[in-house]
Design a protein around this ligand. Structure first.
Ligand code: NAP
Length: 247
């Protein structure tokens, strides 16, 4: 169902092969956008997402990219410009939880893996898209954070820190870019039904006021609004999609 006018806008969604990124990619296309997605290991799934988008008569191309790698992300931005001509919307969605463990039982590599993918990956993509958005004097950046980045989560200290970093980064660049016509907002999901939460106990639902996990589409609905001109006066916001978990 078309809700927002994203007709012929060009969007990039990192981690568009599965879960929340897939739902956002499809919803952007349903609302008229052409979509470039990135993936790391799930090539086949990424191609399937592309095929679904093409059936909507929207352009799609999948790029293999490790978002933690500065040069890799630059290649993606260059590739999207070559293929699509411009970029209007950047959704930084790719992320990992890392090991679930008490923080002080983890090592340096565990720390680097999560911070480099989640926080540095977000920086890398924003850094390379920045000159394009500034030149166009318009652009929408939507970063997928987490409620864990707002109030922390036992067993996921590094993940929570990476998401808190994304929140502060989003607020900071929102201040830096506002006068250039660029908005940056973050979405903080609670428990969303994807591969990432496959091992979360069913009883966790009892702690959520609405008593159920969210769907990837619940997050995508907000993402397309934040990607549209209907949200032009909203920037630097951290919006929870968590069924009341973090009230
Ligand atoms: P998911 O199903 O595990 O999917 C993760 C996506 O990120 C995949 O497309 C994966 O690509 C990609 N990815 C992982 N590491 C990457 C890397 N180094 N470079 C490029 N792509 C990489 O996760 P999800 O649940 O959809 O989560 C999406 C985002 O929402 C994450 O940032 C996550 O932290 C956040 N979030 C999720 C929840 C939840 O409950 N699910 C809650 C709060 C926040 P491949 O498949 O190609 O490897």
């Amino acid at each position: 169902m078309i809700m927002f006018n994203l007709n012929n806008k060009v969007a990039i969604v990192t981690g568009g092969s599965r879960g929340i990124g897939k739902a956002i990619s499809l919803k952007l296309a349903q609302n008229g956008a052409h979509v470039a997605i990135t993936y790391l290991g799930s090539e086949k799934k990424a191609m399937n997402v592309c095929n679904e988008i093409k059936k909507l008569n929207r352009k799609c191309k999948a790029f293999c990219c490790n978002v933690a790698d500065f040069d890799d992300t630059k290649k993606v931005i260059d590739g999207v410009i070559k293929e699509f001509g411009t970029i209007d919307i950047l959704i930084n969605n790719a992320g990992i939880t890392g090991k679930v463990s008490l923080a002080f039982l983890l090592n340096s590599d565990d720390f680097d893996a999560v911070i480099n993918t989640n926080l540095k990956g977000t920086f890398n993509m924003c850094r390379h898209v920045y000159p394009i958005f500034v030149k166009n004097h318009t652009g929408k950046i939507i970063n997928i954070a987490s409620v864990a980045g707002i109030s922390g989560m036992a067993g996921q200290a590094i993940y929570s820190a990476s998401k808190a970093g994304i929140i502060a980064f989003s607020q900071s660049i929102a201040k830096e870019l506002a006068s250039r016509g660029i908005t940056c907002n973050a979405i903080a999901p609670g428990f969303i039904e994807t591969d990432m939460t496959a091992n979360v106990k069913d009883s966790t639902k009892d702690s959520i006021p609405v008593k159920k996990f969210g769907s990837p589409e619940d997050v995508a609905n907000l993402a397309v609004f934040l990607a549209s001109s209907d949200s032009d006066y909203i920037t630097g916001e951290i919006i929870k999609v968590d069924g009341g978990l973090n009230i």
